[in-house]
Every structure is written in C-alpha cells, then in structure tokens.
Design a protein around this ligand. Structure first.
Ligand SMILES: C[S@@+](CC[C@H](N)C(=O)[O-])C[C@H]1O[C@@H](n2cnc3c(N)ncnc32)[C@H](O)[C@@H]1O
Length: 502
C-alpha cells in the first residue's frame, strides 16, 4: 500500500536515522489525522468525488495550512490519493481497516499514551507506574507494544499501527536510553546488569524492560546478566557516530510536546513551540547550532560544490557575498575557501554568530569575514551591494506571507548582475514528495515557521521582484536554486563533487 517501506528491511543504520528524525513525526501525523477527523471526512477512493484540501479543512474545522501539512505527507505515504487536479480520496485499504471497530479502539487507546510515554525516564528509574493515580504503566506499555503480539485485521492495518504507535515509542526509548547514559555505557563494552543499574540509576524492572526492547530492535543482546551492543550496532555506533546520533535524538525530543499537541496547531494554528517568539528562537537555535556544527562536514561538501558550480559561469574573484541566516557559517565559508579574494558577510542572530566565527576561524577564513548580527525578518540589506546573496536553509524559517518582502529586500541588495543562491528542500511539482522534505516541512509548520515550495512556486515569487531567470539543480539531500535578472548567465549543471580535503 505504501511507498516508503520497501520489501527489503532497512539496515539498523537506516532505522536509527529514521527513529532519530522522523519516526515521532510519523506517529503524530497519523494520530492527529485520526483525531482531527481527516480519515472520516475524506471520500473513499472510487466511491465519492475527490475533495480539495480547502473543502477538507472546512469540513473538519481546521486551518488549511494545517490540514495541508498532514495531507501532503499522507499522499506521499500512499494512505491518501491525490488526482491531477489535487483532489483527495482515502485509499481503500485504509478505509477498510478504519471501519474495524476493535482496531479503531486499539488506535484510540494507543493515542492516549503520548504524554505518559514522554515520562519513560522516570518510569525506568522507579520501575513503578506513574503518578498521579498510578494508572500509567509506561514500562508495561513498552512490553505490550514490542514484546507481545496482538493480531491486526490486515497487513496494511499492522503497518499502520506500527507507524501510529510504535514509531514514536522507538524514538522516545532511544531519547531515554541516551539521557540515562545507557548507550554510552554499552559503547565501552559488555556490562552486567548491576553495573548498568549503578551507572544509569535505573531500577531492575526499568533496565530489564529497556534492554529487552532494545534487544527486540536489534541494538543490544543479553546473555545471562550481561548485555552488549549487537555486532551491527557496534559498527553503526562506532566513534563519533554515537554522540552524533544522541544529539539528533535530543533535537527530536525538543518537538515532543508540540507533537503531542499537534491537533491544536492543525485546528487553530496555535503553536506550542513557537520559533517566531524571539526568546524561544534564540534558545532553540543556540542549542541547535551545536547540531548544525555536527553536520558541518557533510554540508561543507554541498556548499563547496555549489560555489564551484557558480564559479563555472562566473568568476568569484573579489566578489562580495552575503550569507543570510548563516548558522554554522558553512555556506559563506565555502565561497571564501573557493576564492581567497572573496569577502563574506555572515548574518544571523548574535548568539549564533559566535559559533559561525569559530568555524570560519578554524577554516582560516577570518581575514575575509565580516559578522553582522541582526533580524532577518526586518533587516534592510542595502542596495546593489552584493554579487551573491546566499539564503541557505533559511526561507523555510519564514512564514509564507513574509517571503515576498524578504525577496524584495534581497533583490534590492543584489548588484544588477548579482545571483541569488538558495539552498532549500524544494518539493516536486505535485507537492507530494520527497518524503524527507515533507517531514522537514511538517516541523517547520509545527514551529510557526515556513512552507516548503516547488520550483515553480519559487520562480513565481522571484519573478515578482525582477529575478525572472531561475534554475534548480539537485544536490544530494537538498536543492540548489539560483535566480538572477534577465541575461545573467546561470549554470545548467552541477560541478563535480569536491575532493574530500577542504
Ligand atoms: C535552519 S538554520 C540554517 C543554518 C545554516 N544556514 C545552514 O544551512 O546550516 C536557520 C538560521 O536562521 C537563523 N534565524 C532564525 N530566525 C532569525 C532571525 N529572526 N534573525 C536572524 N537569523 C535568524 C537561525 O539562527 C539559524 O541559524
């Protein structure tokens, strides 16, 4: 039924990547689609006239943007069908298992556990049911979800239940194992139960449950009282991989409450983790700048390739470059390293620029650098001042209504023959993929940030500010969109990947 789970089971590395980034999004998506009433409101494929997202939003009493952030993913997962006129219907197998009242009760029961599951660490430490009332036996829930078998009405229903209930549970188990220091303990070699209990503060019942479920997931094995990583986990979590993975899980944990309360956001655009609140944004992005720095090396490959691609049609000698929302500085510094006479201005919130400065210094590009703290929503970037302006992973931070003004300020700041360099997750023209992009966009909606757009949607907005010429080139994992005024040469293909050394 679904597009994203293939016949060959994913490797542990692929699974861990998914659990760290998107598994909790997946559960929240399905749980909220059910509670908002989307599945019941949609006509079943072949039975009724397809419905637009606007009509669907009106029918369930929710915001159009909110409903769209769910339906685009549901289409990509194959649970909802979209015709060429963007009409939506519910896939027949989904309609069938949702009509099964026992299965539906199971889903509704599972949906109540999001909050209590977030207190798994407490349950592992005490080994008890959670207060108040002691009704939430979170350890019991984990046993039931992973170690007991309850038949589902069909394989499609089983797959749906797995995404609905277990995906988020896997994420939170790994968040908790990370917080307890359990994975770090196991990374140093086999450990017996008493040593693990002493090091993590876990109760006997708590530790045993966690280890059994980690065992079920292929991460640990236990013989007698001794537990260790499986051979596959040992290979996957070697060296820097474990700290990197733990940071990804802790980033995911920041979204937990917002995902729990997603229905409020979809219905009323009430944002629980509101990154438009300057204080929340500073805290969130200052925390995340460590994570952004952790992925520096892989993003540096992309940004250097982008700089080399542009240099094919336009020498960078003496160029002035503005990097807006620079984060780690990884995009601007690639231009500096490609051309030692280029001058780079790194623009971001003050707290974030400290991290950028360290990275630029490390790459010996401080001599070409200027750091400009400010607010990208309001800053006047000047007039005809830059040869290149880079917007790296930053447009998705802006709410859709802010984009025209942003493009107006940026277009004004570009020299007449300047090039706007956008690095973004660009959706396909049907807006139903790629899946990873849609999940990324889902989180941007969740945090009161932006929408992801297709190439033609960007081209229309850019053309309104005179940047009528655009190309979109697929980098690995994201897209490079270049825009300029008429007559300015733009590259038509990517330069080869740079050699590994900077
Ligand atoms: C998703 S990160 C992208 C970071 C970097 N460009 C990269 O590609 O790795 C978005 C950046 O926008 C910055 N940002 C968000 N709101 C901002 C604001 N109001 N003013 C200035 N920068 C802001 C954040 O601090 C963050 O560094």
């Amino acid at each position: 039924m679904t597009a994203s789970r293939s016949a060959t089971p994913p490797s542990l590395a692929q699974s861990l990547h998914f659990w760290a980034r998107n598994a909790s999004n997946e559960s929240a998506l399905l749980r909220t689609s059910l509670s908002v009433g989307l599945f019941d409101a949609l006509p079943v494929e072949g039975e009724g006239a397809p419905m637009t997202v606007q009509a669907l939003a009106a029918k369930v009493g929710a915001s159009v943007r909110g409903v769209r952030s769910l339906t685009e993913l549901l289409v990509c997962l194959g649970l909802v069908h979209q015709d060429d006129a963007r009409g939506l219907t519910l896939a027949r197998p989904v309609a069938a298992f949702l009509r099964d009242s026992a299965f539906r009760e199971r889903l509704q029961e599972a949906a109540q556990w999001w909050g209590p599951m977030g207190r798994l660490e407490e349950a592992v430490k005490t080994g008890e049911r959670l207060s108040p009332g002691g009704i939430w036996d979170v350890l019991g829930l984990y046993r039931q979800l992973f170690l007991e078998t309850v038949p589902a009405p069909s394989p499609e229903a089983e797959d749906f239940f797995d995404r609905f209930a277990r995906s988020a549970a896997r994420t939170w188990l790994l968040v908790t194992a990370g917080r307890l220091g359990l994975l770090e303990q196991l990374a140093t070699g086999p450990k017996d139960e008493a040593a693990l209990q002493a090091a993590t503060g876990a109760s006997e019942r708590g530790l045993r449950t966690v280890l059994e479920v980690l065992g079920h997931l292929g991460i640990t094995r236990t013989e007698g009282a001794t537990s260790s990583f499986t051979e596959e986990a040992r290979q996957v979590l070697d060296g820097k991989a474990l700290p990197y993975l733990l940071r990804s899980f802790s980033v995911s944990a920041q979204y937990w409450e917002a995902l729990e309360r997603l229905e409020e956001t979809v219905r009323h655009e009430r944002f629980i983790l509101d990154l438009k609140d300057p204080e929340v944004s500073q805290r969130f992005y200052a925390d995340n700048s460590n994570q952004i720095t952790a992925v520096f090396a892989s993003h540096f490959q992309l940004s250097r390739r982008a700089a080399a691609t542009i240099a094919q049609v336009r020498p960078l000698k003496g160029a002035s470059v503005l990097d807006i929302g620079t984060g780690s500085g990884v995009w601007g510094v690639a231009f500096a390293r490609t051309e030692p006479t280029a001058h780079i201005t790194y623009f971001d919130q003050e707290v974030v620029l400290e991290q950028a400065r360290r990275n630029v210094e490390q790459l010996k590009a401080l001599g070409q650098a200027r750091f400009w703290p400010g607010n990208l929503f309001t800053q006047d970037f000047g007039e005809a001042a830059y040869d290149f302006i880079i917007l790296p992973q930053v447009l998705n931070v802006l709410r859709p209504e802010s984009l025209p003004d942003m493009f107006r300020r940026v277009s004004r700041a570009l020299k007449p023959d300047g090039i706007l360099v956008i690095a973004e997750y660009v959706l396909n023209e049907r807006r139903d993929g790629p899946l990873d992009h849609l999940y990324f966009g889902f989180r941007r909606f969740l945090t009161n940030e932006g929408d992801l757009l297709s190439h033609s949607e960007y081209a229309a907005l850019l053309s309104d500010v005179g940047l009528t010429s655009t190309v979109c080139l697929p980098l690995p994992t994201q897209e490079l969109l270049l825009a300029a005024r008429p007559g300015v040469a733009l590259p038509s293909q990517l330069a080869p990947p740079p050699r590994a050394a900077a």
